[in-house]
Each structure stands twice: as structure tokens, then as C-alpha cells.
Design a protein around this ligand. Structure first.
Ligand SMILES: Nc1ncnc2c1ncn2[C@@H]1O[C@H](COP(=O)(O)OP(=O)(O)O)[C@@H](O)[C@H]1O
Ligand SMILES: [Mg+2]
Length: 262
């Protein structure tokens, strides 16, 4: 595949090979192998601090592997620099739990930000796309507000609208619904399902919420001990006899039950 090409649906879009990453003595990733197909939705699960966010940061070239490689559309990410890296990052939309909005910009300016950077659309087209994206996250009519005037859940939805505004090929969501109320959570899950059904984007989501995982995933990958120990459909994961998977799902269900009744 040439550098300018994109993988077609079903072809490998993101390929991680023998990925290693340590911070000082803390070995976080120790041989991650994972292929993610174009137009599919992968959810990464695993205990807190196992390196899920670190893994995602390698995919966009925010972190460099100590060993191994990350390929996106056949291009080795850690070999990119300068303008090529900037262009490469335009393939992505990201929404992180802590993903802050620009406080000094209005909601509309925040959502428009990735569009104005690319610079191929007129002001009217940008305004229309901003309205469309805010509609998708059920936030009509807040274009002129400042982030500080919104609730936490609304801010998170604005961040989501910003991530999808430029119709990126790849969407990375790091715990997009953690801490949100159930209704907002459902809105975001439904959006992820819509994006997945459109087949245009490749989705990679980190999630703690097993309810979400089973709704939004084509494939679930579990990170454990620095490696991917399971990579399967949600149904197969549920039926897994691997005690590490089994234990993780059981504990998560218990926590979930406790949170709901408590
Ligand atoms: N930039 C960094 N410098 C040093 N240690 C880091 C850095 N980023 C992450 N870590 C460490 O890597 C481990 C995995 O972190 P992270 O990927 O955030 O876990 P999680 O699976 O909860 O997303 C943690 O021990 C964390 O402290
Ligand atoms: Mg994390």
C-alpha cells in the first residue's frame, strides 16, 4: 500500500507489532500485537494503569515505541516528522476524558477548530458542519456559549462534536463516557454505533463500561501484563474461559451492580 492510500473496509488500518514501552523501570507495554481493520470498531479494555492510554498515544505518534512498530495505512508512524506527521494526524479525531476544550473560544469555535486548520471549507460550510455536529450530540443552539457556561456532560459532548467535525478516517476515544450521566452516556454510545455503521471510520475506544463495550464493539481487545491477551467479538469474550478475562468481566460487573444499587 502506498503512502498516500487508505485501507479499504476490512483491510488492516492500524497494525501494532511487538510494541514495547517503559517509563524508567515501569515496563508498560511489553510486546503488543494488534491489527484493527478499516471500518470496524475496536474497544480496548483492561485494568486501570495497564497502559490503554499509552497504547492509544502510540497510534497517533504522541509517544514513540522503545521497540516494535505502529503502522497506519501501511505507514510506520514513528518514522514520520514535521509536515508529514502533521498531515498524518489529520486522519484522526480524538476525544479524551480529560480532553479539554479551549476555554477562550466559543462552542462553535471549538468545534470548528479542526475544520479551520484544514482550511478547505468556506465559512458558511464550516458553520453548517458545526451545527450538524452539535445536532448529532443533541446540543442545538449553544454555538455562542463559552465552555464555562456548560455542564461537564455538555462539555464532553462538545469535545465529541469537535472530534468528528472533519470526518476523520480514524476516531480515538479514551473513556468517552466515564463519569457521565446515563442519558448522555447513551447519546454518545448511539453516536459511536452510528459512526461504526456508516463504515467510513475506523473506531478505537477505551472503555470501562461493559454495557457500552458490548454495544459498540465489533472486536474487544484486552490488555493485560503489557500484552493483548484476547482479541475477539463481544460474544466470544463473554464466553471466554481465560481466567484473566473471566475475572476482569466478573469484577467489572460487580462494580457496575454496586454502582447501580448504591
Ligand atoms: N508520560 C508518562 N510518563 C511516565 N509514566 C507514564 C506516562 N504515561 C503513562 N505512564 C504510566 O504508564 C502506566 C499506564 O498508564 P495508562 O496508559 O494511562 O493506563 P490506563 O490503562 O489506565 O489508561 C501507568 O503506570 C502510568 O503511570
Ligand atoms: Mg487511561
Amino acid at each position: 500500500m502506498g503512502a498516500a492510500e487508505s485501507a479499504r473496509p476490512g483491510e488492516v488500518k492500524i497494525r501494532l507489532r511487538d510494541l514495547h514501552k517503559a517509563f524508567g523501570p515501569n515496563a508498560v507495554l511489553s510486546g503488543v500485537d494488534l491489527d484493527m481493520a478499516a471500518g470496524t470498531s475496536t474497544v480496548i479494555i483492561g485494568g486501570s494503569g495497564t497502559g490503554k492510554s499509552v497504547l492509544l498515544k502510540h497510534v497517533i505518534g504522541l509517544l514513540r515505541p522503545d521497540r516494535g512498530s505502529v503502522e497506519v495505512d501501511g505507514v510506520t508512524v514513528e518514522e514520520l516528522a514535521g509536515e508529514a506527521l502533521t498531515r498524518f494526524r489529520r486522519k484522526f479525531g480524538m476525544a479524551f476524558q480529560e480532553g479539554a476544550l479551549f476555554d477562550s473560544m466559543t462552542v462553535a469555535e471549538n468545534v470548528a477548530f479542526p475544520l479551520t486548520r484544514i482550511g478547505s471549507r468556506s465559512r458558511a460550510e464550516i458553520a453548517a458542519r458545526v451545527r450538524e455536529c452539535l445536532g448529532l450530540v443533541k446540543l442545538e443552539g449553544v454555538e455562542g456559549k463559552m465552555p464555562s457556561e456548560l455542564s461537564g456532560g455538555m462539555r464532553r459532548r462538545v469535545g465529541f462534536a469537535r472530534a468528528i467535525a472533519h470526518e476523520p478516517e480514524i476516531l480515538l476515544f479514551d473513556e468517552p463516557t466515564t463519569g457521565l450521566d446515563p442519558v448522555t452516556k447513551e447519546t454518545i454510545d448511539e453516536l459511536i454505533i452510528d459512526l461504526k455503521n456508516s463504515l467510513a471510520s475506523t473506531l478505537v475506544t477505551i472503555s470501562h463500561d461493559m454495557g457500552s463495550v458490548f454495544r459498540i464493539a465489533d472486536r474487544v481487545a484486552m490488555l493485560y501484563g503489557g500484552k493483548i491477551i484476547a482479541h475477539e467479538t463481544p460474544a466470544d469474550l463473554r464466553a471466554s474461559r481465560d481466567p484473566r478475562v473471566f475475572e476482569f468481566l466478573r469484577r467489572d460487573l460487580e462494580m457496575w451492580g454496586a454502582a447501580r444499587s448504591g
